[in-house]
Each structure stands twice: as structure tokens, then as C-alpha cells.
Design a protein around this ligand. Sequence first.
Ligand code: PMV
Length: 323
Amino acid sequence: MSGADPPTAPLLPASARAPGKCIVFGEHAVVHGGPELLFAIDLYTQVVVRAGAETSLNADRKATEHNPYLRAALARLLPAGPPVAVRAVSSLPRAAGLGSSAAFVAALVRALEPAGGRRSPAETAQLCFELERTAQGVGSPGDTSASVAGGFLTVNARGGSPLWTVELAGQKWEARRIEDPRWVWVVAYSGLPRSTADAVRAVGDRLSRPDGPGLLAEFTRVAQSGVDAVAAGDRAEVGRLLGENQQLLREVGVSHPRLEALIEAVAPVAQGAKLTGAGCGGSVVVLPQPGRETEAMRRLARAGAVPFAVRPAPAGVEPVEPR
Ligand code: PMV
């Protein structure tokens, strides 16, 4: 769509699904311009949007009050109505560090695409980030870029090939496509939900202290080395760097005893493990030793988490037939 085209209403009913994401290296630092490596995971949120008598989300007619993501999306995408009944179904646990809000926003944006012209992937990534930022107040475009792009990608890192640049309030982030190393990863949800915005603000305060720039430089070194090690297929180095990244996340205060217990429980069968996402609860990501994936999941479950073996979702957000 060019800027001169008047927006046209979407054709309803419409439906789309988008994957969640798993951050391997660089969460939090990416908000401050550091590099990040992440991949879209094969757990999805699907939305179906129909014209309705009143606007609702899963039959909640106060949803625009309760859900800031829906509120931001509808204000931008359907400013003049009509009222819509939105149904959302997700296999992603919420507030778990696995990108459920980015997947919801990306699916809504795709479902509500103007009938008159498709948005490019770069426009979709920019719009999804703006909506997430409106709803959340803080954050980077990593999660929304993963939901839009699918596969493995980096933000603010060297290597790979350019996908798009997302800009907001004078800050720019460059997303790049990198090759999937085709490893099996395990993520495990601790069962403790938490607020991404609170964690991001706390880390921002921490990084504004005198040793903040030095810490950010360390995050940058570890994440860029991680990107290089994935590109080289060096699992042992990736595992070691996961541990270094976790140490930095401890230092900025976003680990949690439950996450530490999970990392310890899986250590004997893992090449490396760390928290993934905002931390303070949420999930861990594990690179199991080859052939020990089931044992890793068993150990994490025994330690009280909900484990998932995840594969990169090859496709990002996509339309589906409304049913
Ligand atoms: O926990 P999640 O899925 O909301 O991921 C947050 C990742 C951060 O780097 C902490 C914030 C961001 O927007 O990049």
C-alpha cells in the first residue's frame, strides 16, 4: 500500500494465525540497541474476526477495556468500526516469555488487512511493533518481527541477509534472516506469569547506573558471538554462551529461583540453558545434548515446569480460512 492510498475496510469474516517466539540470545539488551537472536516457534495464536453487534473478544464485551492489545489494534485498524466479534485461540501460554501478545497482534493485523491492498512484510512488522508498543509502553520489535517473519532471525546483529528495519521515536532496529541450524530446542514454562513491561522498566533502570554501559557491551559481545556460533553450527559454543547470557540476566535482576531450579535440573543433559523472554518468571530455553531431548523434558517436568520441544516455525503470520 502506498501512503497515498486511502485505507479500505477489511473483508469479514477474516482469519489469520501467527507463531510465538523463543529468544536465544539478547533479550532486554535489544530494547537498548543490543543484538538479539530468536526464532518463531511452532506454537500459534489464531484469530477469527467477524462483524458483530458489539465488539468482543472470546465473548468478553468489555474486552477493549481489558485487553490493551485489542484496544490498540482496533483503534488503528478499524477507527470507524464496524463492531467486531474476535475469537482467539492459542497454544501459547500467556505472559510466559513466548511471545503470545506479539502473535495475537500479528494475527489481528493480518486478519484486518485492507481488502484493497496487501501490506508488505516490512509494513506489517512496523505496524505490529507500533501496536505492541502502544499497548505495552516499552519494548523492542524483536517479538513482533519473529511473528511476522517466521524462522530464525536476528535484530541489530551482523551476518545473514536484511529483512527490514523498524523505527520508532528516533530508534532503529534492523531485522535480518539467518539460517536455521536445525537443532531441537526445549522450552519450559515455569508456571509463573509476569509483566514484560515491569521487567523491561527495571532493567532500563539497572542499565542507567554507572556500570550500565559496560553490562550492555557484555550483552552485545555474548549475543553477537552466539549469532556467529549458530552460523558456524558450533553447538558446544552456543551452549557455553547461553550460560554467559544467563549470568548477565542474573546481574540485571531478571532471573528467579524457579528459573534457576529449572536450569539446574536440566544441566546434566543440556549443552546450555537460560531464561528466555523478560524473565522474573516465564520460561527457560534449553539446548539439549543431542539425543537427550526427551530426558531434558522429563527433568524439567519433574522440576515442576511445562516443557515443549519446539521447532522453528518456517512461516510467519499467514491468513487462514475462517471457520
Ligand atoms: O517475555 P516476552 O515474550 O514479552 O519477551 C520480552 C523480550 C524483551 O527483550 C525483554 C522485551 C522486548 O520487547 O524485546
